[in-house]
Design a protein around this ligand. Structure first.
Ligand code: ZN
Length: 114
């Protein structure tokens, strides 16, 4: 278990260009619209690097630290995973109203996609 949490961070996944929506971006600039993707890649890399910190805090029962980590991850990049992690950590910290708000935001985003 500890070995899995200490595993090296996997390379960043290919990105979707936020400007034109072209998928599978792995270079510094979008191949379609030439937008600079370096900042987005940096955020994704930092987010991936924070996930083991969150896992360690959860495994050790350090709920306040886990919540801070989940908030940081969610701030770096919001997606379905970050909403779930944030809501779970809010529940573990007995922040029930905040967890409900996070769940509502998550549901709204899911409904927009379908
Ligand atoms: Zn683009």
């Amino acid at each position: 278990m500890a070995a899995a949490m200490d595993a090296p961070t996997p390379p960043p996944q290919p990105l979707v260009c936020p400007t034109c929506g072209a998928a599978g971006q792995s270079s510094a600039a979008c191949r379609r619209c030439h937008s600079d993707l370096r900042l987005l890649q940096h955020l994704v890399t930092r987010r991936a690097a924070e996930l083991p910190t969150l896992a360690r805090a959860l495994a050790a029962g350090r709920w306040a630290e886990a919540l801070l980590s989940a908030q940081y991850i969610h701030t770096l990049r919001q997606d379905e995973e970050s909403f779930r992690l944030l809501a779970v950590c809010q529940l573990l910290n007995e922040q029930f109203a905040a967890a409900c708000d996070t769940h509502r935001q998550y549901r709204a985003i899911i409904q927009q996609r379908h």
